[in-house]
Design a protein around this ligand. Structure first.
Ligand SMILES: *[C@@H]1O[C@H](CO)[C@@H](O)[C@H](O)[C@H]1NC(C)=O
Length: 332
């Protein structure tokens, strides 16, 4: 009896993860491979974890939290519902697309300020870091930057004989098909391969563009650019001929073969960006301690609750009503 409850619990957590467990842990390991050693110490100190999986160990915490009663309020932070018109036009507009309860862009902005704050408790600083590790991953998943059919959750598809939905195959089925599992060790080896591609392989010449304009003091602008970058793949790769054609037939192997390079690219990008993001934050935090700031800076003001980040309240769109109806979660 007890073991079946435990198994059920694991299955529920596994199924619910955005960029599944494998994707998020891979992003975290890639970041660990690229951060400065001073950044690693900074993060290990905040998280109270000096193991060699200190970011990977917290990479899916935000997904576990969103499905608890206490953490339900954070569910909208995992995506931004772009109300664009794929496949003919893809775009992100903060005032149009970020919901009244927040979105992944406001969340990255809020937690980037909070992780640097000296005015909140150390456990709240740790929470901020855990959220950042997760959301910098989520924002690169194209369907986390798309409102169409609740981010593809309502596009029913078959993948390798399994009935599921378009959102879920991007989060989970396609990464797991590629790597064959979702254990921490699978994430570590995928991260090692992508790290090699970033250092010496086909991503070497692209990586500078992934972090161009990266600016922790304008986290909203930076994360909006990341959202727009991922959203563009909705039109070009996720549903280039619209979604209806995806609802018949099996998306394995033809669709998969076409999409998997983008899955890998987005995971690699997220890990590399996360490393540079954390490097910038850790460096600024170290400098702040040295200077002993007296002035209240912009970050501190945002850090109190981040409410100034949110767009003005407005009537809910149809897409927002549908999102609310499924409790801001993912279907699977
Ligand atoms: C900022 O983070 C705090 C702590 O998690 C939260 O209470 C607040 O709602 C967040 N604000 C925004 C705009 O996300």
């Amino acid at each position: 009896m007890r073991s079946s409850i435990v198994l059920f619990g694991l299955a529920a957590v596994h199924g619910a993860n955005a960029w599944g467990t494998l994707g998020h842990e891979t992003v975290a390991y890639i970041a660990q491979n690229f951060v400065a050693s001073s950044t690693a110490s900074w993060a290990q100190n905040i998280l109270g974890d000096t193991s060699d999986s200190y970011l990977a160990n917290v990479a899916t915490w935000a997904d576990t939290f969103r499905y608890t009663t206490a953490g339900k309020w954070s569910a909208p932070f995992h995506f931004i519902d772009a109300e664009d018109n794929p496949p003919s036009s893809c775009s992100i507009d903060y005032d149009r697309d970020c919901g009244a309860g927040g979105c992944v862009v406001s969340a990255i902005t809020n937690y980037t300020a909070r992780v640097q704050s000296t005015k909140i408790s150390s456990s709240e600083v740790a929470t901020a870091l855990k959220f950042i590790v997760h959301f910098v991953g989520d924002i690169t998943q194209p369907l986390h930057d798309e409102a169409y059919e609740v981010g593809g959750n309502d596009v029913d598809v078959t993948f390798d004989g399994t009935s599921t939905n378009l959102h879920h195959i991007w989060d989970t089925n396609m990464p797991e098909e590629l790597r064959g599992g979702y254990q921490l060790s699978d994430a570590k080896s995928w991260a090692a391969d992508l790290t090699t591609m970033i250092n010496t392989g086909s991503y070497k010449s692209q990586k500078a563009a992934w972090i161009s304009g990266l600016d922790i003091s304008n986290a909203k602008k930076t994360s909006l650019a990341w959202a727009a970058d991922a959203n563009a793949y909705v039109c070009s790769v996720v549903m280039p001929n619209g979604a209806t054609t995806l609802e018949s037939g099996d998306l394995y192997p033809t669709y998969y073969n076409n999409a998997i390079p983008t899955v890998e690219l987005q995971i690699a990008k997220a890990g590399y960006r996360l490393a540079k993001w954390l490097d910038a934050i850790a460096a600024k935090s170290a400098k702040k301690r040295d200077v002993d700031l007296e002035d209240e800076d912009e970050d501190e003001v945002v850090a109190t609750n981040g409410m100034s980040l949110l767009p003005l309240p407005r009537q809910l769109s149809d897409a927002q009503l549908r999102r609310a109806a499924i409790g801001y979660g993912c279907k699977h």
